[in-house]
Design a protein. Structure first.
Length: 169
């Protein structure tokens, strides 16, 4: 079945935004970065090196679910870059949304910490990476991609695995 959208998930620094933007550009689909939907209080917590609680995340997940749902109802195809580290978060995000495929950008703590230390200006501090790995529940049935692959190769792999030749955009 041709996907109706994608949830690009993984820990901070795994490349969710880069992959999501490239995939959306290639497909002509709508891209949303979950980071853009955080409440100011959540951003302040993460900027201070404090991990978010499930209570902090709940309104954010509800908002993201509604954005995905609205986009699909309007005939669009959403691509959401979101950590979605726990199965409960993914279930909440995708509840009742048919055809949204999960892409899991997988890497080791060492790989991703090295990536995070090279980026500037992001509120998610490398000191929070360990807590993300501690709560990460790897998805079952997702398309699993190695974070060390070039973005173009990731996009090409997603297209090959998710679309037949006659469905290729």
């Amino acid at each position: 079945m041709r996907p109706s959208g994608f949830l690009v998930m993984g820990v901070s620094g795994s490349g969710k935004t880069s992959v999501g933007v490239a995939l959306a550009r290639h497909l002509g689909w709508d891209f949303f970065d979950a980071d853009d939907f955080h409440a100011p209080a959540n951003i302040a917590k993460m900027s201070a090196g404090i991990p978010l609680s499930d209570a902090d995340r709940d309104p954010w997940l509800i908002l993201l679910h509604h954005r995905l749902e609205e986009t699909l109802k309007k005939g669009g195809h959403p691509i959401l870059a979101c950590s979605a580290l726990k199965e409960t978060y993914r279930c909440q995000l995708l509840d009742g949304l048919r055809g949204v495929r999960v892409i899991y950008l997988k890497g080791t703590y060492t790989q991703i910490k090295a990536r995070m230390t090279k980026r500037d200006g992001h509120y998610m501090k490398p000191s929070l990476l360990r807590s993300q790995f501690e709560v990460l529940e790897e998805p079952i049935g997702a398309l699993v991609i190695d974070v060390d692959l070039p973005v173009e190769e990731i996009v090409s792999g997603v297209l090959q695995q998710c679309f037949t030749d006659d469905q290729m955009p």
